[in-house]
Design a protein around this ligand. Structure first.
Ligand code: ZN
Length: 281
């Protein structure tokens, strides 16, 4: 009996520390309880590509004042600096941490990113709307990633993403752009903002029933845009997002289609041209 216990202890000691050490090496997190099995799985996939330090902070300590709006975000991540950095709110920390880590993992796996064509901005559209370009660049980048992220999250039964998705949908309502509806003067800019709001239909379409409420709400505001996005979504899903090459093709198709929609609907060229500043790589 003693011997058996001793053997088990030895086995445990031999197996456990190595694999866990590997997974949590070079990691700083403000709450260790968030290091669940699902989170460690993604970290260990990231570790196949990089040993870069991963820092996970409380979102309340986010340093950049431009992100006053982060109360409307569950999580933010960045892999551009010396460390991989993630900021988490107290809402669904496990699901959000998995989500943010998957954004990082997709870069490492070679999935495409959205870039700005600085020459085109300087020479054609000018820098006065640079904030608007930043917005569509980041919304489109996230949307492309989310096609893969939400599919992987949905496929992981241990993660139980449904209540998180439900909360995310409520959050999207709060983040709808506020513009003067129905006024002709604002129609151009309003459609430009609604296009961005509608990317969420792309994001969450794999959760079908759950995202229906959003679809109905958006249809009341801009039926023609919703039907455009539904058609676009159907075409893009045929191309798919399973591999980096498919994801790039889909992202190119999305940008081209949005620009064509603007041209066909006589949107102000200065506004529609902002989409022409983006490219996929
Ligand atoms: Zn995301």
């Amino acid at each position: 009996m003693h011997r058996l216990i001793l053997m088990m202890m030895v086995c445990t000691m031999n197996i456990m520390p190595k694999s866990n050490d590997r997974q949590i090496s070079n990691l700083q997190i403000f709450n260790k309880a968030y290091l669940t099995e699902n989170v460690l799985d993604v970290i260990s996939s990231i570790r196949k590509y990089t040993d870069k330090k991963i820092c996970v902070y409380d979102i309340k300590t986010f340093p950049d004042k431009r992100f006053q709006n982060f109360k409307n975000y569950f999580g933010i991540s960045s892999d551009k600096g010396e460390n991989i950095e993630i900021w988490l709110s107290e809402n669904f920390p496990e699901q959000v941490l998995v989500h943010e880590l998957l954004h990082i993992l997709l870069r490492l796996e070679g999935f495409p990113e959205i870039y700005r064509n600085e020459n085109y901005i300087r020479e054609t559209v000018g820098t006065s709307n640079i904030n608007l370009i930043d917005n569509i660049q980041s919304i489109l980048s996230s949307t492309i990633d989310h096609q893969i992220i939400y599919t992987r999250m949905k496929d992981n039964e241990k993660l139980e993403p449904e209540s998180y998705i439900q909360a995310l949908i409520e959050m999207k309502f709060k983040r709808l752009h506020k513009t003067e509806q129905g006024s002709k003067k604002y129609r151009n800019i309003e459609i430009f903002y609604r296009q961005q709001d509608l990317f969420v239909l792309f994001d969450l379409h794999i959760f079908g029933e759950l995202s229906k409420k959003l679809q109905i709400e958006y249809s009341k505001m801009h039926p023609e845009l919703v039907s455009f996005f539904n058609t676009l979504n159907t075409s893009v899903q045929k191309i798919g997002f399973d591999s980096p090459i498919q994801a790039k093709k889909s992202a190119d198709y999305i940008i081209t289609s949005i620009i064509r929609f603007g041209d066909v609907n006589n949107l102000d060229r200065r506004i529609n041209n902002l989409w022409r500043c983006l490219f996929v790589k």
